[in-house]
Write a protein that binds this ligand. Structure first.
Ligand code: GLY
Length: 299
């Protein structure tokens, strides 16, 4: 089977001056993980490692660099899914962890559950030896300044449906040498969000989906609209009968027309064909093409 890897760093009106950091960030994830995928790591390991790299990069709204909620706190959501048997792990509203996607994987592999939230998730993270960071460890000057700027806004609220809000959610989709698929997504959510708000990213079928029989997808964008149409599952179902690109475009059409939303997605079908689409001004994404060359795009 072909080996495939595609990653994204969010779909929104990325300011031009942030283009380079976004492109370098998604390229770095490929550069560090693709050789390991060639050397034989699983698709599941590949998407976790790629998302870990993006979570560490303060450019993106995931792990370090995440948005603050209306209480000035960082709450993180993530999911990882295994296309072999549809097992997944997810976390929501966890604090003080650099790698929520790795906590999601621990839940998938070490518990009888699929999703943990809040304090229970934190306690489980501690029990498996994940480091609990100081609350300031994930905070960047950029997001603190942005929080204070929007806090002054009399219209401060959880979301503006038609405003191209930042949503730098990160994600990865991989196919390994055995043809197995996996997908992972991690986010700090949206700016202006209420404490406790959970978006699409950790919701199976919305923020990600992976099924060896159809394909795997990771999404990004305005979570409230993505959840309405279960964007990742909608695209995976379509991948069974249509080309990878047709399925991606269909997903964005459904998001726009039925969800009145915006966002983007990346995916790989069961034959190893890539798909991507978005209806925001830009999306940062990168993939390894059929010739093994790294491709990066921001629009
Ligand atoms: N797509 C990220 C979020 O809405 O939380």
């Amino acid at each position: 089977m072909p080996i495939r890897l595609i990653v994204h760093g969010g779909a929104w009106s990325i300011p031009d001056e942030m283009d380079t950091a976004h492109l370098q960030g998604v390229q770095r994830a490929l550069a560090e993980v693709y050789p390991a995928l060639q050397a034989g790591i699983s698709a599941l390991d590949a998407v976790e490692r790629a998302v870990n790299i993006l979570e560490e990069d303060p450019t993106f709204d995931a792990g370090r660099g995440a948005f603050l909620n209306d209480r000035g706190e960082i709450e993180l959501d993530a999911i990882i899914m295994d296309g072999r048997d549809l097992s997944f792990g997810a976390v929501a509203a966890v604090q003080n962890l650099l790698h929520p996607v790795s906590l999601a994987r621990e839940i998938m592999s070490k518990t009888d559950h699929s999703m943990l939230v809040g304090k229970g998730a934190q306690a489980f993270a501690k029990s498996v030896g994940m480091e609990e960071l100081d609350p300031t460890a994930l905070l960047t000057d950029r997001e603190l300044a942005y929080y204070h700027q929007i806090k002054e806004d009399p219209n401060f609220k959880s979301h503006h449906p038609f405003e191209p809000l930042p949503s730098d959610t990160v994600g990865a989709v991989a196919m390994d040498q055995h043809g197995h698929l996996a997908a992972a997504t991690s986010t700090g959510g949206t700016p202006r969000k209420m404490a406790g708000r959970v978006g699409d990213s950790p919701i199976v079928g919305a923020g990600a989906y992976a099924d060896n029989q159809t394909g795997a997808v990771s999404t990004t964008g305005w979570g409230e609209s993505i959840m309405k149409v279960l964007l990742a599952k909608t695209v995976c179902d379509r991948l069974e009968h249509f080309s990878a690109q047709e399925a991606a475009k269909y997903g964005i059409q459904v998001l726009r027309e039925r969800g009145q939303g915006y966002g983007g997605l990346i995916g790989i079908n069961a034959n190893g064909e890539y798909s991507f689409a978005y209806n925001t001004e830009k999306m940062a994404w990168a993939w390894v093409d059929e010739a093994g060359a790294f491709q990066t795009r921001i629009r």
